[in-house]
Design a protein. Structure first.
Length: 310
């Protein structure tokens, strides 16, 4: 029976690879998911960006794509009101796709010919010490429900006291963190495992929250609503919680979960932490990403120096 199936030509009907864009793109998405093991969010983004590229170029042979077509594509993205940073994301995805194509011995335009547009320096939105104190005190001051108060405080303490990304926080489970230790591991971007450290305040808030929990949900930070009780909180829910307490605390600036991550890194840099150590704590793949916080520190030092003139 086995030999018969091998002799059936239809069994191997797809053995000859096509070099049209859609066929290679299908293999590339498989490669990202099953060989590179990228996150669902990365899969979603790359699928969106590369399918836009496919829609613009048409389903042609990959070696027919040239530099002028890519310039036209960039112009089309600009005309659709995409900002420079978002257009760069599209170009990065195409470059990665072309590298995959060449790696698999299929001829195409060199990815090195695709340049990224210069972007303005990234603005780092962070909270000062006084604002941090206010937002961390807000659950006690404005939330009466015991378990919600404890949960929200633990969320805020963890975002600020660990530097976790929202996605990393969302999927934490009870088993991931031992309450007698301030160190635990998370799977971050590109499925990389890294060590995370929590402040004593964050661990204390977590203990209080855990003591009030009577459910059997494996997730650490759960929905308390009737319909979604026990499910892990969504990204939007975490953002709403942070926004709510920033407003209640009287903080007159846009505050997101990432603002607390920025505040974590900025505070460490201001206190003299080594930038390489901060890079590791944040889970940044490149030191250049972490270097934005040194510029924040430069502004802080300028203010200190200006005291000489007062």
């Amino acid at each position: 029976m086995h030999n018969k199936s091998l002799q059936d030509k239809s069994f191997f009907k797809n053995k000859i690879s096509s070099t049209i864009i859609s066929a290679i793109l299908e293999k590339y998405m498989y490669y990202l998911q099953y060989e590179k093991n990228v996150s669902p969010k990365t899969m979603e983004n790359y699928s969106l960006w590369l399918n836009r590229f496919l829609e613009f170029c048409g389903d042609i042979e990959i070696n027919k794509v040239n530099r002028m077509q890519l310039l036209d594509y960039r112009m089309a993205l600009h005309k659709n009101n995409l900002n420079v940073k978002t257009i760069n994301y599209h170009i990065v995805a195409i470059r990665a796709f072309f590298k995959f194509v060449l790696k698999n011995d299929i001829d195409c335009m060199s990815p090195e010919k695709l340049e990224l547009a210069k972007t303005p320096p990234r603005e780092v939105n962070y909270l000062n010490d006084d604002e941090i104190e206010k937002i961390l005190a807000a659950p006690w001051a404005y939330t009466k429900n015991d378990i919600q108060q404890a949960r929200d405080l633990a969320i805020l303490q963890f975002l600020y006291g660990t530097g976790l990304r929202v996605t990393e926080l969302i999927f934490l489970q009870k088993k991931d963190i031992k309450l007698d230790s301030n160190q635990f591991s998370v799977v971050g971007k590109w499925s990389k495992l890294r060590s995370v450290f929590a402040t004593k305040s964050a661990i204390k808030a977590l203990k209080t929250y855990r003591e009030k929990r009577e459910d059997t949900s494996p997730y650490l930070f759960i929905s308390l609503s009737r319909n979604g009780f026990g499910e892990h909180l969504s990204r939007n829910s975490i953002e709403d919680i942070v926004r709510k307490y920033a407003k209640l605390a009287g903080i007159n600036k846009k505050v997101t979960p990432h603002t607390l991550r920025h505040s974590f890194a900025t505070t460490l840099i201001k206190k003299g932490a080594d930038i390489r150590a901060v890079q590791t704590l944040l889970g940044h793949a490149s030191i250049t990403t972490t270097q934005i916080y040194t510029h924040v520190d430069d502004k802080h030092l300028q203010k200190v120096h200006d005291l000489l003139e007062e």
